[in-house]
Structures are given as C-alpha cells and as structure tokens.
Design a protein around this ligand. Structure first.
Ligand code: ADP
Ligand code: MG
Length: 245
C-alpha cells in the first residue's frame, strides 16, 4: 500500500481554559492520500483549526497520532505548507518581500529568491503588483499572495484553513476555479477547511463532515466528479445528489 500524505489516527483534544476543560476533538481519524484534495466541513468552533495546527506539530493532541508521509509527528515540522485562517502577510513588507521570505529562510540569495517569485507571479495573477503593500491589494489578491508564499514553504503538502471565507461570493468562485488550475501545476496533497458545502464538493476528492464541538467525524464522502472541473458541475445531477447527503 502507498503511504498516505497525511494520516490522522484517533486524535482527541481538550483545552484547559479558565480552570474549565473544553473538549474540542473526539477520536478523529482521517487520511489524505498523495495528490488528493480532502476537505473538512464543519460548524464554527468544532475544532477544525485545532486539528489543522496539529499536522505541522504546532498543537499537540492529548491522545492519538499523526503521520506525515509515514513519519510520526513529534514536534514542529517545517516541510508542510500551512496557511493559517488569518493570512499573516506582513503589512510593512512588499508583496515581493512577503512571498520571498520562505525562500530566504531556506537559504536562497535575495536575487535567486526574487527571480523565483517573479517567475510565478503570472500564475498567481500578481504580475505588476510585486512592489505593492498588502493593504493595496484586493482580498483575492492577498489570498493568492499568501498561498504563493505557502507553496514556497512546501508544494507537496498544503494545509489551508478557510482561505476564501472572507471573500465575496463572486471572487470566491473565481478563486476556487483558479485554485484548481494552480493545483494541476503543483500536484500537492491538500487538507482544506471550509464552511461551504458547495466549495467542499466543487474542490474535493473526499469530504469529511464534522459534528459540532467536540468535533467528531459524522460523514466521510468520496466525491467522484470528473476533473478538470468547471463551474457547470454545480448544477449537474451528481453534484446536487452529493449536496443532499
Ligand atoms: P474551528 O476552527 O472549527 O472554528 P477551533 O479549533 O479554532 O475551531 O476552536 C475550537 C474551540 O477551541 C473554540 O471554542 C476555541 O475557542 C477553543 N480554542 C482554540 N484554541 C484554543 C486555545 N489555544 N486555548 C483554549 N481554547 C482554545
Ligand atoms: Mg477555524
């Protein structure tokens, strides 16, 4: 059997807060196979972000284990592209300097890093904006910049926490289609968090639906819609049938 990109095995987590315990995740197991796009769909506060933070080792589970490409996670790991729910572009840095940061950290010279960013700017629809500051960009552009930076951390495993949640409906649909195009270029394994049923079905190979807190998996659904996908599938019978589940 091929080793999954991400294997979450029976994770539970309780936060201690103001001397009270809050159970946020209960016995969660899931798998992201290599190259798969997997979404987690669930209500606010059910522990989705907590689970995502466990994969790069930023939060420890109380029990259970997580494996990344077959290796157990014991502490923080750097080879996953984790994009937090609030994108953290530095407001005082240009788009170029924000995106180049992981490359500089990885040891590239400034010249090499800038060239790598320049080469990818058109694919991220940011050409001509490299000297702008984050506040001068639209919401969609900021998210594309944050995603580009994330891909420079790792283009193999991406963890995206509601990346499109703050965008208006039309921008969001455009971003979903753009994302599918970009993924064809990099072929990463993705764990993606969303509130939106349509978004989860449109993008994913598999969707896990979480209960309200404490988050448990109440449904695991493969999405066998053909790729490449475009917007017309949202009105297809098969898409509508998935929504009824
Ligand atoms: P979701 O992403 O599904 O909205 P989160 O994982 O962000 O949920 O949070 C789940 C619950 O855990 C929330 O009620 C939140 O307030 C709480 N929580 C998150 N992080 C911490 C923390 N570091 N300490 C205490 N409570 C936390
Ligand atoms: Mg969250």
């Amino acid at each position: 059997m091929i080793t999954p990109a991400i294997l979450v095995d029976n994770i539970s987590k309780t936060y201690a807060y103001n001397e009270e315990n809050m159970e946020v995740l209960r016995e969660v197991s899931l798998t992201v196979e290599k190259g798969q796009f997997v979404s987690i769909l669930g209500p606010s506060g059910c522990g989705k972000s907590t689970l995502l933070k466990m994969i790069p080792g930023l939060v420890k589970p109380d029990s259970g284990q997580i494996f990344l490409e077959g290796k157990i996670i014991k502490g923080p790991v750097t080879k996953v592209g984790y994009m937090p729910q609030k994108d953290l572009l530095a407001p005082w840095k240009t788009v170029m300097d924000n995106i180049a940061l992981p490359l500089l950290i990885a040891g590239y010279s400034r010249k090499e890093a800038y060239q790598k960013v320049k080469d990818l700017l058109p694919a991220f629809e940011l050409e001509g904006f490299e000297n702008h500051y984050p506040h001068q960009l639209s919401g969609g552009m900021r998210q594309r910049a944050a995603l580009m930076r994330t891909i420079f951390i790792s283009s193999e495993v991406l963890l995206l926490d509601e990346p499109f949640a703050a965008l208006d409906a039309l921008t969001r649909e455009n971003m979903q289609e753009w994302l599918l195009g970009i993924l064809e270029k990099f072929g990463p394994s993705i764990l993606f968090i969303t509130h939106s049923i349509d978004e989860a079905i449109f993008l994913s190979d598999k969707v896990y639906v979480f209960s309200k807190r404490p988050g448990r998996i109440v449904l695991e659904q493969e999405i066998n819609l053909p790729r490449p996908r475009n917007r017309s599938i949202v009105t297809s019978d098969i898409f509508i049938n998935y929504k009824k589940i």
